[in-house]
Design a protein around this ligand. Structure first.
Ligand code: ASP
Length: 429
């Protein structure tokens, strides 16, 4: 197997960060000088080079999601050979995902309750918002079972793919010799798709640069000003949850070093940030969680795609803060029961939120409807949602990885030596 030399890996990491910084700098410059409306910038940069570069990169990542989830989950499930353990892993993962999300939205509500971001907000800046239908939860549950797996693959229905892959993997275990032979093929396929991930990661500095430059050129910071209090409250809670809550869980529950976790995982956070899609980030999350944080495939192949689909702590935080903000802007006093309802619905909404850009905002209408807030209120915060979406996606993917580490540790499926290896001296496959 070709090894990516540690030096070239560090060079790549540095290049990704440079891509991020240059993209942000150039985008902000374009926006600050109002160049985004000039023909050259519109046709050749934001609508041309940046758009093409960004989309090609994004689509290359998306291209890998379905094959990787299927192949690695089949390998993970079939390699386990113990259905009881599988049930235990599933149970732990689900409970941890739900608890961390409930914790996230609660923190959002408490901090927003203290800061009062919506007090004295001028509602005249509100934009029109057409509420989209949020899918009912019962349907989401029934539809976990695919009628036609090929259709699930074609549509990228993650929960259905997870369900089919796990059933397939279990059947392979039960099939004895035939299952063993097919597992060899799947293991080889897995090596090949991981190589593909490596190839996409190599072009990521350019992709990240293009995506970020376009967003910042289009958005700038001017949209934030009227909503600064909402924006920074949400940002504060996102950062708090990321560094305080996750670090505490890693340290006290998992007995793992949070510093080591973030030193290795921040690269994936950059991917989450620039793509604003947990789904598109799955291939890179899997790569880092398995090869650098030492989580065995048995765990990660299940926890990572499931987390990218149902675990959205960052989204839940935004929904908590947004509820308080909009309630205050409309002069609505929320009762204790309504706060409880927000915690419950935001946690469930997070399960139903697909890991693609902007869906968290759509699911917010479900929360608003439950507590009787005007859905048009979502129009107010739309202006700053893209930037917050990027940050909350970075939090979402970190939550998936953190829970993967905790579950792996508790199951004896975490390679401590790999986790503890200094990122400056490690080698990547
Ligand atoms: N963009 C988020 C994600 O992919 C979902 C959202 O909050 O809109 O994780």
């Amino acid at each position: 197997m070709i090894k990516l030399k540690k030096k070239s890996h560090h060079r790549l990491t540095l290049q990704i960060l440079i891509g991020l910084a240059l993209g942000a700098g150039l985008g902000l410059l374009i926006n600050a000088f109002g160049w985004q409306s000039s023909v050259f910038v519109k046709d050749f940069l934001t609508g041309g080079v940046f758009h093409i570069g960004g989309q090609v990169f994004l689509r290359s990542l998306q291209m890998l999601v379905v094959p990787i989830v299927f192949i690695s989950l089949v390998c993970g499930t079939a390699g386990l050979g113990d259905l009881q353990q599988l049930g235990r892993i599933g149970g732990k993962t689900l409970v941890l995902y739900l608890i961390t999300t409930a914790l996230a939205v609660t923190t959002g509500l408490i901090v927003a309750g203290v800061i009062d971001p919506g007090m004295g907000f001028d509602l005249n800046t509100a934009a029109d918002f057409q509420a989209a239908e949020a899918p009912p939860l019962v349907d989401t549950l029934i539809q976990i079972v695919p009628k036609n797996p090929i259709e699930s693959f074609a549509r990228g229905e993650m929960l259905q793919i997870i369900f089919f892959a796990m059933s397939f993997g279990m059947a392979m275990t039960l099939a004895g010799k035939s299952g063993e032979r097919v597992l060899l093929v799947f293991n080889d396929l897995n090596d090949i798709v991981m190589k593909l991930v490596g190839m996409v990661i190599r072009i990521s500095p350019i992709g990240v640069f293009c995506l970020i430059a376009k967003v910042f050129a289009d958005q700038g910071f001017s949209a934030i000003l009227p909503l600064a209090k909402y924006f920074f409250t949400t940002l504060f809670v996102l950062i708090f949850h990321l560094f305080i809550t996750y670090s505490s869980l890693l340290k006290f529950v998992g007995k793992l070093s949070p510093v080591m976790f973030f030193r290795k995982f921040y690269e994936v956070m950059v991917f989450g940030f620039s793509t604003a899609s947990s789904n598109a980030t799955i291939p890179v999350t899997l790569e880092v969680v398995e090869r650098r944080l030492g989580v065995k495939k048995i765990i990660s192949s299940f926890t990572v795609p499931l987390g990218a689909t149902i675990n959205m702590d960052g989204t839940a935080i935004m929904q908590g803060v947004a509820t308080v903000f909009v309630a205050q802007a409309y002069g609505v006093e929320l009762t204790m029961v309504q706060y409880m309802t927000v915690i419950l619905t935001a946690t469930l909404a997070s399960v139903g939120t697909a890991g693609v850009p902007g869906v968290g905002l759509i699911m917010l209408s479900m929360v608003f409807q439950q507590v009787g807030l005007p859905v048009e209120g979502i129009g107010i915060i739309m202006a700053v949602d893209r930037l917050l979406d990027m940050v909350r996606t970075a939090v979402n993917v970190s939550g998936d990885a953190m829970v993967s580490c905790l579950v792996a540790k508790s199951e004896g499926q975490l390679d401590q030596a790999v986790f503890d290896e200094d990122p400056l001296s490690e080698q990547l496959a």
